[in-house]
Every structure is written in structure tokens, then in C-alpha cells.
Design a protein around this ligand. Structure first.
Ligand code: ZN
Length: 339
């Protein structure tokens, strides 16, 4: 009852990468960097296990950014000449690489960290990858001339990596689609179909993570413009409910999302964000249990997973660790009360 997981990322140790940044520079190079990534992965696993997290992640310690960590392994992309692009419907500007040729994987993307994590934890293991819609919103195109066609080309690559991750012993494969909350009409039009392409042939659990973004200023400012009720989920949940995805991960804690919208995810496991990543204030176990209690009225209890609202990559490590503890303790409290 109420198993726990995290959206995906954890802050990196300062000896590995610049702290407090979403696009940090590595502080190691060459073989030291490769070893450091795995050492940090071990720390990330241990912190989750100690906090009582049931479905653990590698903490995304091996990637610089949640989208570009995948793109680095793709042929057909020019990283040398980055261009400025407004992303998430111009919410912020980012320097992005350009697709200049047919897309192809250079080889495995997450094999090293996934196999390492598999070897060092007995818990269920989740690996996250960016979803097709979010990828094409974070890269320029000078080859396909059609962004949806490009999204499906990326979906094929994601599928190849996802199938290999399943063979590596990964239990849950999650696609991060913050863009679903921005381009709502694209979700039923082609977003779900692209995710179906990405999960084709998988037998393991599959998840889609949607949220209102990390706690960076651009996102906090954007949320302030969304009004008293955030109803974006209302437009996309029916399509997700009708999809073949097994789990949907959404932001809840401190979100102005009307909690009854979660009832639209009928038949899906719902990973409920009970930890806000946009504030350094640490939730109490009571806060976590209260969020779960509110969701219980709209989602069957056996379908509720307790999670974080989004990745914790840009947070202070001590804050993230305390929030992990609150997640584990709060879910335990909810189990006592509502199981
Ligand atoms: Zn997120």
C-alpha cells in the first residue's frame, strides 16, 4: 500500500558537478568522471533506501540534463553550434542543439548506470528518459522539417533503449513529458501515439511524468500566471486514461490542481507528488499523509504511489535528503492510517 518513488533526479555531489544548477558543468573529466558518476549513483541509491523509498532511481547522476543526457547519445545532432530557442511555449529561452541529419542511436544510452544500479540494490528500479514531445521542444530542427515526424523518430530511439533497459532488469521505465502540460491539444493528437511507439513491446511497468516543472524562477513565475485553479490536467488525462501507459506521475503538493481531476486517470496507477520541489521548506510526515488522504477520495488506494512533484536536481543536497525522509515517513504514516 502506498509504495514510494521519486520523479527521477537528485542533486549531484559538489565533487561531481556544480551544485544548485539545472545545467551544471562537470567537475571531473575522463575516467574520473565516469567513475564519479557511478560513485554518485551509489550514494543516490543509499539515500533513497535509507529514506524507505520502494522504487528507486539512479538519481540521474550520470546525465548533465534530463533531455540532453539522452541526446548526447544520438547521431544526427549538431551540438557544436547551439541556437537560442524559446522552449515550453516560450516560457524560457535555452541554448539548444540542432537536428541536422537522420537520427540514430550511437549505442546504449543508460546501460552503464542502469546495470550498476541493478547490481547494487534489491529494490525495484526505475529509469527515466525524456518523452518525444519534450525532446522536440528542447531541440532545433534543420532536417525533418516536420516536428511531429521528428518526435516519432525520437520515439523509435527511445523504444530501442527502453527495450534494452528492460533486459538490464529495470522494473519501471518512465518518460518525462512536462511538455504535455504546455501543448495540451497535441497530447491526444499525437503525444500519446508517440509514447506508445516508445513503450512498444515492453512488459515492464511504464510511466509518464507530467508536472509544472522544477522550482526554477521561470517556472515559479509561470505558475503565478495560471490563475487560482490549474486545470491543464483536465484536458490531457482522458487521453492518458485511454492509453497503454501503466502509471501517470503528477504534481500535487502545493499545486493549485483541483485534486478531483485525478479521478480522470481511471485504471492507471497514479504517482502523486506529495513533496514540493519548488520550496526548501521540508514537508512533515503529516503533510505527506494529508496529501495522500485528499487523493484517496478520487483514486483507489491500491493505485496510489507517493512521489515527488518533479526532479530534485537543482536543490541543496541536505534539503533533498530531508524531503526524501519526509516522503518515506509520510507514506508510512498514511499506511498506518488508511491501509
Ligand atoms: Zn517534472
Amino acid at each position: 500500500m502506498f509504495p514510494t518513488t521519486i520523479a527521477g533526479s537528485l542533486p549531484k555531489p559538489a565533487w561531481l558537478a556544480e551544485p544548485g544548477k539545472l545545467w551544471p558543468q562537470w567537475r571531473l573529466a575522463g575516467a574520473d568522471l565516469e567513475a564519479g558518476k557511478l560513485d554518485a549513483t551509489l550514494v543516490a541509491l543509499k539515500l533513497q533506501e535509507d529514506a524507505g523509498v520502494d522504487v528507486v532511481c539512479d538519481g540521474e547522476q550520470s546525465r548533465q540534463h534530463f533531455v540532453h543526457g539522452f541526446l548526447e547519445f544520438v547521431e544526427g545532432i549538431d551540438f557544436a553550434h547551439k541556437v537560442e530557442m524559446g522552449i515550453r511555449n516560450n516560457r524560457y529561452k535555452a541554448m539548444v542543439p540542432t537536428v541536422t541529419g537522420a537520427l540514430k542511436l550511437k549505442g546504449r544510452v543508460h546501460a552503464t548506470e542502469a546495470r550498476f544500479a541493478r547490481a547494487h540494490t534489491g529494490k525495484q528500479l526505475k529509469i527515466t528518459m525524456p518523452g518525444p514531445m519534450t525532446i522536440i521542444d528542447t531541440i532545433a530542427d534543420a532536417h525533418y522539417g516536420d516536428r511531429v515526424k521528428m518526435a516519432f523518430a525520437f520515439a523509435d530511439l527511445l523504444n530501442a533503449e527502453a527495450r534494452a533497459l528492460e533486459r538490464d532488469g529495470v522494473d519501471v521505465i518512465q518518460f518525462d513529458e512536462p511538455a504535455f502540460n504546455v501543448y495540451m491539444n497535441h497530447v491526444p493528437a499525437w503525444g500519446i501515439e508517440a509514447i506508445h511507439r516508445a513503450i512498444d513491446g515492453l512488459k515492464c511497468a511504464t510511466a509518464v511524468h507530467i508536472c509544472y516543472g522544477y522550482g526554477i524562477k521561470a517556472n515559479v513565475d509561470w505558475k503565478a500566471t495560471l490563475g487560482g485553479e490549474w486545470r491543464q490536467y483536465e484536458e490531457i488525462f482522458p487521453a492518458l486514461a485511454a492509453s497503454r501507459i501503466s502509471q501517470v506521475s503528477v504534481e500535487c503538493r502545493n499545486a493549485r490542481v483541483p485534486v478531483e481531476l485525478l479521478s480522470l486517470l481511471k485504471g492507471k496507477d497514479v504517482a502523486v507528488g506529495v513533496i514540493d520541489v519548488a520550496t526548501d521548506q521540508i514537508e512533515t510526515p503529516e503533510d505527506v499523509a494529508a496529501t495522500i488522504e485528499a487523493v484517496l477520495k478520487h483514486v483507489p488506494k491500491e493505485r496510489i504511489v507517493a512521489s515527488t512533484n518533479c526532479g530534485m536536481a537543482p536543490m541543496h543536497r541536505d534539503i533533498a535528503r530531508a524531503k526524501l525522509q519526509a516522503l518515506g515517513a509520510g507514506a508510512a504514516l498514511a499506511r498506518e492510517r488508511y491501509a
